[in-house]
Design a protein. Sequence first.
Length: 274
Amino acid sequence: MESETSTPNDALADFTKRAITLEGEEKNVYVAGTGPAVIIMPEMPGISPDVLRFARWVRDSGFTVYVPSLFGVDGAYPTLELGTSIPRKACVSKEFRAFAGGGTSPIATWLRALARLAHTESGGPGVGAVGMCFTGNFALTMTLEPAVIAPVINHPSLPLDDPAGLELSPEDATAIAERFERDDLRALAYRFDNDKWCTGQRFAAYTQLLGDRFDGRVLSGADANPTPPPFFAEIVQTPHSVVTAHLVDEEGHPTIKARDEILAYLHDRLDTAA
C-alpha cells in the first residue's frame, strides 16, 4: 500500500480562493481559468490533488472552473485518517441526504445559486456541472437551475443504502425529467463495471428517469489504477473514481479516454460557437 505521507498535499496556488455567500451560507470556492464556467464538485474525502488535477485539465481546455469546498481539508491527500472521519460527518450533516428516503440534499440549492453566479461572471450559453462519488448526483439536481446545461455524473454513490436509488425527491425527479425533454439536455455518466458503490442498478434507475438522454458509460474495473491513495485502497476497496483516484495517466488508457470524452462533451455544450 502507498504510504500516507508519500504524496504531498496540493497548495492550490494557481487557484483564487473566494469566500462566496449564497442562500445565506458562506463557502470557499477555488476559481481558475477563462471561458464558460464548469463547477467541479469534490469526491470524498474532499478536494484532493486528484480532483484538482482533473480541474486543471478542464481549466486548461478552455473553461473557468469553480471548485466549491463542501467537506474535508482542501488540497489534502486522501489518507485513512481523513477518509474515516470526514464521510461520517457528511452523512449526518443537514446539507446532505446520504440515505434512501431523504430526498434531494439541501446543498443542491446552494450549488444552483453558485451556477447562476458562475454564469453571470463567465458568460457563454450556460454552465457545466461535474459531480463525483458523494456529489455525483448533484450534477443532475443542479439542472433545476436553467443555467446548467452540461451535467456530468461520475460514479454517483448516494443513497449509500440503496444501490438502485436516486438522491432525489419525487417532485425534483419529475421536474428534472421534464426539463431534459423541454431543453434537449443530455447527462453524461461514468462508472466501473465492478464498482460496489455505484452499481448497474443505479445507472438503470437514471435510464428509467431520463431514457436515452442518460448516456451512462461503463469501464472495466480491470482498467482502474491498482495503486490509488490509502482512502480508496482501504476504505472504498473497489474501482470507483474514473477520472481521479483510479485514473491511469497514460496516453490511450480507457480512463484518459473518459476524461477526453468529458472535455469534448463540455465543449460541445458550452462553447459559444456551438
